[in-house]
Design a protein around this ligand. Structure first.
Ligand SMILES: O=C(O)CCC(=O)C(=O)O
Ligand SMILES: [Mn+2]
Length: 202
């Protein structure tokens, strides 16, 4: 089942039931073992700390992405990620040349509020986000309108969230820490990275 969320200045839809093949195929275990997860550092206010999650970036040959102030060169697609890329493209009717994989090891791992609004994604990017494993809450906050309440969406295993239109321009999103102890979650965000600013469709 696909639900179009009614959020001002955003175009977001969520697929839950329809994505059940994603759970049945046990992608969680495959991704967990196949991906060479690593923990990067981030420097903020002159202090270098470990990011509170593990990650890896995959994509077509030569794709580069500056994310969290760091340059990532895409690792080659794995068979599993290629299969999921095809599903992401079918669901969204968009094209993707890369995927960022995040592993939240337990309830203490998180992702701070941010927008996927790097210039190389173009002005109104379509991003497909797939979740596997533990359910975590995806939090959205409007960038400029305090009258608009934050939105909280539980992302269960096998769910697919599609963000498009002005979502990245107008909203921040993130994954908050939890207090209840629980297991790991993997999230994949499929993106189209333009390698050349001339490719941007403004
Ligand atoms: O884990 C999630 O659901 C969000 C991931 C995310 O926002 C990102 O990779 O930029
Ligand atoms: Mn993001």
């Amino acid at each position: 089942m696909s639900i179009q969320l009614t959020i001002p200045d955003a175009e977001i839809f969520l697929l839950e039931g329809a994505a059940s093949p994603l759970i049945d195929t046990n992608y969680f275990d495959t991704l967990y073992t196949e991906i060479p997860w690593r923990q990067d550092t981030i420097t903020m206010f002159g202090k270098t700390i470990y990011q509170p999650r593990l990650l890896e970036f995959f994509g077509d040959d030569g794709v580069e992405y500056v994310y969290s102030k760091r340059l990532y060169r895409a690792k080659p697609w794995t068979t599993t990620l290629t299969r999921l890329q095809a599903i992401a493209e079918k669901i969204s009717n968009a094209r993707f040349n890369s995927v960022l994989a995040n592993l939240y090891r337990d309830e203490r791992d998180s992702m701070g509020l941010h927008a996927d609004d790097e210039p190389e994604l173009g002005p109104n990017p379509t991003i497909v986000s797939m979740s596997f494993g533990e359910t975590r809450t995806f939090v959205l906050k409007h960038k400029t309108r305090p009258d608009v309440s934050p939105v909280r969406i539980p992302l269960s295993s096998g769910s697919v969230l599609v963000m498009q239109g002005t979502t990245q321009r107008c909203w921040l999103h993130g994954i908050e820490k939890k207090t209840r102890a629980h297991g790991p979650r993997i999230n994949l965000t499929f993106r189209l990275i333009h390698q050349n600013t001339a490719d941007y469709v403004k």
